[in-house]
Design a protein around this ligand. Structure first.
Ligand code: ADP
Ligand code: ASP
Ligand code: MG
Length: 416
């Protein structure tokens, strides 16, 4: 049993979908589950639909039209026969979306978000499933919400492993080619939930765990896990082999090539993870497995842009002690700030956060009541694993370093 994950980039147009089919032909499609994301940037486009639904009704229909037009072009490029059932199926999904928008009474943004956002994955898997069957690759479409059961923490739901295992063991047919949606699950009332943005890698890992798969492959637009994001670093090099631990560290610090939650279930059952190029499927890519030493053993760079550095100091030169720190963390938790670095001294405390939910202003107001607050917006957080002097000097060159922190293996720099 093998599990594949194809992300948005791999299926962003008709050629991408044809390529997905060639990958399956090349590497085999028996005993296979493919987990697929929404096509291209569809999830971002549906986020606009959701924003319009709440705040700008006048633009609502035109934002839905954008999503429709994009998929319609892909349909026309893939299917020559306009009477093909797939046109009807996709139309029905858009109708379902409109029915929800008309009938919904809930003012809960996160709940509504999850009921709407998943249409991206439902549409992509419907199109790809029909295409595969049309070209003779027999595949079976599954609604992932019948398998992955979660709590109702909408937009970042937690998997109920016991129930998920039960659902998968009960009805999943391992011997055929199955296709299902990444990112989605459902709660105990069968409302759609999501596992967090970019969560489809995690979906693949959940299935692999519950099915005792032999391996998981995530197909990407890069040759594998590189020692840096090629969008920001020149000459990024392929890592041939890395351990689960190294991959967990890289993902934790923000190497967005693997969703951070993906590795833990795989590591628990020692299921190897391959990260490969969908454009060069014959190449080996990166293998993530147990006790693998980093090969080649080189420094790895991770950058997180648009971070916020908040530097706090006491108003009266008193020490910042446990009580103050717990108060600060409570506020960070309440305002859902993702904390990446903390550093403290006797009278100061600095924290680098990601303002994902837009709560920065209200957080700062609260902090200002108790502390002297300095806030640096739009800073970059660089993490270097396995750093050495030359690479640090190179990175620091022409940057203003606001904060630096190091352990034996990892250096973090916050720069303006
Ligand atoms: P998907 O199509 O599966 O959603 P993503 O776009 O989320 O794929 O992930 C692939 C992208 O991750 C690459 O295009 C690359 O820019 C970025 N990336 C960030 N860090 C790394 C890294 N260390 N190695 C390879 N790619 C990386
Ligand atoms: N489509 C979702 C997103 O863009 C999930 C994923 O691609 O993994 O966040
Ligand atoms: Mg993605």
């Amino acid at each position: 049993m093998q599990v594949f994950k194809f992300g948005g980039a791999s299926v962003r147009d008709a050629n991408g979908i044809k390529n997905l089919a060639s990958v399956l032909k090349l590497v085999g499609s028996a005993n296979t589950l493919i987990v697929v994301s929404a096509m291209g940037k569809t999830t971002n486009a549906i986020e606009i639909v959701i924003k319009n639904y709440f705040n700008n009704k006048a633009e609502l229909q035109s934002s839905i039209q954008d999503v429709k037009k994009y998929h319609n072009q892909i349909l026309l490029d893939l299917f020559t026969n306009e009477k093909h059932i797939v046109f009807k199926k996709v139309t029905l999904l858009f109708e379902e979306l409109n029915v929800f928008l008309k009938s919904n009474k809930s003012p809960d943004y996160n709940f509504v978000y999850d009921q709407i956002i998943g249409f991206g994955e439902l549409i992509s898997t419907t199109i790809i499933n029909e295409y595969l069957n049309t070209i003779g690759l027999k595949s079976n479409w599954l609604d992932v919400r019948e398998y992955i059961k979660t709590d109702n923490y909408y937009r970042s739901a937690n998997v109920n492993w016991e129930q998920t295992q039960k659902q998968i063991s009960a009805t999943f047919n391992k011997s055929i080619l199955n296709i299902t949606q990444g990112f989605l699950g459902s709660d105990s009332n069968n409302f759609t939930t999501t596992l967090g943005r970019e969560g489809s890698d995690y979906t693949a890992a959940i299935f692999a765990y519950c099915l005792n798969a032999e391996h998981v492959t995530i197909w990407k637009d890069v040759p594998g896990v590189l020692n840096a994001d090629p969008r920001y670093f020149e000459n990024a090099q392929l890592l041939n082999k890395i351990s689960y631990r190294e991959a967990i560290e890289l993902a934790f610090y923000g190497a967005s090539v693997i969703h951070p939650k993906t590795l833990q279930p795989l590591q628990r059952k020692e299921i190897p993870l391959y990260v490969k190029s969908f454009l060069h499927p014959e190449q080996p890519g990166t293998m993530v497995a147990k006790e693998m030493s980093l090969e080649p053993n080189i420094p790895c760079f991770i950058v997180k842009k648009n971070q916020v550095l908040i530097a706090l100091s006491s108003l009266d030169f008193s020490y910042i002690v446990e009580e103050n720190i717990s108060e600060i963390f409570n506020l960070l938790h309440v305002y859902k700030m993702k904390v990446h670095v903390i550093q403290n001294s006797a009278i100061s405390f600095s924290v680098c956060v990601d303002n994902v939910y837009g709560n920065l202003e209200v957080l700062l107001q609260q902090l200002k009541a108790k502390f002297k607050v300095m806030c640096y917006n739009n800073v970059s957080l660089y993490t270097i694993r396995h750093y050495n002097k030359p690479v640090v000097e190179q990175l620091e060159k022409d940057k203003v370093v606001l904060l630096k922190q190091l352990t034996e293996e990892t250096m973090q720099l916050i720069c303006e």
